[in-house]
Design a protein around this ligand. Structure first.
Ligand SMILES: C[S@@+](CC[C@H](N)C(=O)[O-])C[C@H]1O[C@@H](n2cnc3c(N)ncnc32)[C@H](O)[C@@H]1O
Length: 348
């Protein structure tokens, strides 16, 4: 039986269990409907005043009856609310789909990104049977190779990543003393949100945003930084080399994209490049045992399907560090709901 810490709150009786299973089955359709509503921009349309379905159908070029039935279902989950006059209102959940707010889920729910995820998950049985990556079976290329040659998909992914990263960056910047370093490389830093948050908090620090060339070409995350010359963009392949002679190498949500062999190779590239007393800072979830609900278990299966990655336990990280010639010096938890931690390493 699970330990108390690892227990979950799922029903134990037959009727409750049946209802819970039906709910899980239905979630597929609810998630798809949420993405369609987001793509149509319905949350923005009802933001200022409630709208009838006729108005919404007209504004979005949709079939009114079909749209009504989709909205009625979403409203039963708290996304939009229909009143007695048939007008649809904004709700706290639907407002999270609006454009232009920093905590919006909109870019995660665009059909551009969701279609990639859905086509991948269709191949999940292949992953479970063989251990091979579902994405590769669906698209005939590895995830990051595919993105490199499909600019629209790449832009959808970068935007979807920023939905996770945007609210995280300030909290991570405050969870560790990044001000002790003169030069920090953010390895696989995406569009630069984290390095910008760190540089904003520490005016004496210089940063390097290192990622694939087509990604650093779009440094949208750095735009808010007043002195952008403190952040140097460098494009390259982190399995070949990373920029040398920095005091710290950050990798946020990077090791989790890769299997152990690739993760060790990447840590070795950092070890080769770093100053003698520099730090490697892996920022990833640290998985705990037990059955408690945990968003990282969802993420773990998602990246298994997309990239052959995995979420790891503290013991896993210590082993990877050791195999790359590093030692884990300390683990700094953060206040994030995703329970990301900063796993600090130094040369062994
Ligand atoms: C999951 S995203 C994380 C982005 C960012 N660190 C964040 O937390 O928002 C993984 C990043 O790794 C980058 N990446 C993947 N393969 C790479 C490679 N071989 N060399 C450099 N960057 C790579 C991707 O372009 C992407 O920006």
């Amino acid at each position: 039986m699970p330990t108390e810490e690892g227990a979950n709150t799922q029903p134990t009786d037959s009727a409750g269990s049946k209802a819970a299973i039906l709910q899980i089955i239905g979630n597929v359709l609810v998630a798809r409907s949420l993405a369609i509503a987001t793509e149509l921009g319905l949350a923005d349309l009802v933001h200022t005043e409630p709208q009838s379905v006729t108005q919404l159908a007209h504004a979005t070029g949709s079939h009114a009856d079909s749209l009504y039935r989709l909205l009625r279902m979403l409203a039963s989950y708290g996304v939009f609310a229909e009143d007695d006059d048939g007008l649809f209102h904004s709700t706290p959940m639907s407002s999270l789909l609006e454009s232009g707010r920093p905590d919006s889920f909109r870019d995660l729910l665009t059909l551009g990104w969701q279609d990639i995820a859905w086509d991948t998950y269709r191949q999940l049985p292949h992953t479970i049977r063989t251990g091979e990556t579902a994405f590769d079976a669906a698209f005939g290329a590895t995830f990051f190779d595919y993105l490199a040659s499909h600019p629209e998909a790449n832009a959808s992914f970068d935007a979807a990543m920023a939905v996770f990263s945007g609210p995280e960056n300030g909290i991570i910047a405050a969870a560790y003393d990044f001000g002790q370093f003169a030069r920090i490389v953010d390895v696989g830093g995406g569009t630069g949100g984290l390095i910008a948050a760190i540089l904003s908090a520490h005016p004496g620090v210089h940063g390097v945003l290192f990622d694939q060339p087509q990604v650093v070409a779009n440094m949208t995350g750095v735009e808010a930084l007043t002195d952008r010359e403190r952040c140097e963009p460098i494009g390259g392949d982190f399995f070949e080399s990373v920029p040398p002679a920095a005091d710290a190498y950050i990798m946020k949500r990077i090791l989790h994209d890769w299997d152990d062999e690739a993760a060790i190779r990447l840590l070795m590239r950092c070890r080769e490049a770093m100053k003698t007393d520099a730090r490697v800072l892996v920022i990833d979830a640290v998985m705990r045992a037990g059955n408690a609900p945990d968003p990282n278990k969802f993420m773990d299966v998602s990246i298994m399907a997309l990239t052959r990655g995995r979420e790891r336990s503290e013991a896993d990280f210590r082993r990877l560090f050791a195999e790359a010639g590093l030692r884990c010096t300390e683990i700094f938890p953060t206040e994030l709901p995703s329970t990301l931690s900063i796993i600090e390493g130094a040369r062994a």
